[in-house]
Design a protein around this ligand. Structure first.
Ligand SMILES: Nc1ncnc2c1ncn2[C@@H]1O[C@H](COP(=O)(O)OP(=O)(O)OP(=O)(O)O)[C@@H](O)[C@H]1O
Ligand SMILES: [Mg+2]
Length: 414
């Protein structure tokens, strides 16, 4: 097992393009780290530099205390699982899993023991004599994982291992990987562009944009205290709404009425012609369903509802609003950066499933203003971020995690 330490890592491809740009990231021994970001942000490049499949232009890559920049992949003792599994079609499941052990000339008896052990963990024992072509996508994925865990690797590296699977299987395999990682307690770096995978699997998540780290934090810190517009918009589904507003004396004038900020946040925001107010969909509610005591903790407004979608446990309402051309252009630019497609200026709000608000009607909404964030549209900076509160969330997550790993290891050795 090993910690992975990256300092000022840069990757320039032949054309001089910096696919990874000055990345410094420390991954603790046993930690589950996610690399997430839109297509082309440099996730795979970074992973391939860790494993040794890609040269490092500059910076230091240190694994288990040793600088590995000039070490060949086979000398780094890492296990990688690719998106396309890369199984050998002519070999049985058993021999596919055994493959790294055969390369290392491990004695037959030990091979048998290790393959059976990992087949048990992955519930593949019934399939050991079959060929990969006859397996389902999920089974193939598990064979690829079996081949990765059969060796005593110092770390696991995954590059979008679930993206070929359908949604249901992806959910199952996600739980499988989480359980396996906790049980084995092996340092894991996992690349995905799926924010649900990032939030559910990671101890910490590293959000990348165009080769540059935007924020590294626990899922909850990313969600509650995003560093900037990009992180705020990338994490969460449906995404955070960004309402254009002007700020003056702690008062925000939004398309949904005005909001009074508390003193601390008011002084952080100051007076500005244009800010973007971040409100997550679940902070909204049908005003007629909000508790009397809560009403004055937020703001009420009336709006025309464009579309409603009833989901069973909640429902979404789409509320269009007017905005200045300047604000609309900013929102469009942001949507493009996020690989999104939202071109209309509308808020998506999540309200109680029992609400009678229907599309085409005017309705009264309420939203909780205690957890909103205010962003500078030019720099993207979150002006109201509480750095200490965020750090505390990540500290708690790391404590919980350590306790979990200890329990899992105690159980495994019992
Ligand atoms: N061999 C190469 N030569 C030149 N440029 C490359 C090469 N491989 C990747 N790039 C560029 O480097 C950037 C990062 O690519 P990378 O594959 O790391 O992205 P990614 O985050 O994994 O994206 P995806 O989610 O699409 O897999 C991209 O702009 C890509 O075009
Ligand atoms: Mg990739």
């Amino acid at each position: 097992m090993a910690a992975i330490e990256m300092s000022h890592i840069v990757k320039r491809y032949g054309d001089g393009f910096p696919a990874v740009n000055d990345v410094s990231l420390d991954i603790a021994d046993g930690e589950f780290m996610i690399l997430v970001g839109p297509s082309g942000c440099g996730k795979s490049t970074l992973l391939r530099m860790i494993v040794g499949l890609e040269d490092i232009t500059s910076g230091d890559m240190v694994i288990g205390g040793t600088r590995v920049n000039d070490k060949a992949p086979r000398d780094r003792n890492l296990s990688m699982v690719f998106q396309n599994y890369a199984l050998y079609p002519h070999l049985s499941v058993y021999e596919n899993i055994a493959f790294p052990l055969r390369l290392a000339k491990v004695p037959d008896e030990e091979v048998r023991r290790k393959v059976e052990e990992s087949a048990n963990i992955l519930e593949l024992h019934e399939h050991l004599q079959r060929k990969p072509a006859n397996l389902s996508g999920g089974q193939r994925q598990r064979v690829a994982m079996g081949r990765a865990i059969v060796r005593q690797a110092d770390a696991f590296l995954f590059d979008e291992p679930l993206s070929n699977l359908d949604a249901k299987l992806r959910g199952q395999m996600r739980a499988e990987i989480a359980r396996l990682q906790r049980r084995l307690g092996i340092t894991t770096v996992y690349v995905t562009h799926d924010q649900t995978e990032a939030m559910t699997l990671g101890d910490r998540v590293c959000v990348l944009k165009k080769g540059i780290i935007q924020q590294v934090a626990s899922p909850r810190e990313l969600y509650e205290q995003p560093a900037n517009l990009f992180v705020a918009g990338f994490i969460g589904s449906p995404p955070m709404n960004f309402l254009p507003a002007s700020a003056s004396g702690g008062k925000l004038d939004t398309p949904f009425g005005s909001i009074q900020l508390d003193e601390t946040r008011a002084s952080k925001v100051g007076d500005r012609d244009l800010v973007l107010v971040g409100v997550r969909p679940e902070m909204f509610e049908d005003a007629s369903l909000v508790d009397e005591a809560l009403l004055d903790k937020g703001a009420r407004f009336t709006a025309q509802v464009d579309v409603t979608e009833w989901l069973g446990d909640s429902q979404y309402a789409y509320i269009p609003y007017e905005s200045s051309p300047e604000a609309a252009a900013k929102l469009k630019e942001l949507a493009q950066e996020l690989d999104g497609d939202q071109l209309r200026t509308q808020a998506i709000v999540s309200i109680d499933s029992t609400s009678r608000i229907r599309e085409g009607n005017e309705a009264e909404f309420w939203f909780d203003t205690r957890k909103i964030h205010v962003f500078d549209p030019q720099s993207g900076e979150n002006l109201t971020r509480d750095v200490e509160a965020g750090a505390e969330l990540t500290r708690q997550a790391s404590e919980d995690r350590k306790a979990q790993v200890e329990r899992a290891r105690a159980k495994a050795s019992a």
